[in-house]
Design a binder for this molecule. Sequence first.
Ligand SMILES: [Ca+2]
Length: 95
Amino acid sequence: MHLSTLDYLSSVYVQDAGDPVLFDMATLIVNVTDVNDSPPKFKDSHYLLEIPENLVQDSIYTFVAQDADIGENARITYRIACKLTLQPFFYVALK
Ligand SMILES: [Ca+2]
């Protein structure tokens, strides 16, 4: 018998009112399945990175998000997203 972390094991007991009292017991396993009810979340809602124009580097920052679900419901993929708006994807601030 394999129990996952969300399985709960208990016993159920039944008896009659006869004389002598007769009874039986059974094992009860409750498996609580995960529902994808938690969205992945970044720690912060905005990130500002300042990068020198001559930077030669494979990686400049690692974004980390967390998901409170388990298994496939917590598996996160990352993408650079560009919404279809008139807003520019990158802002360049001149100092
Ligand atoms: Ca989730």
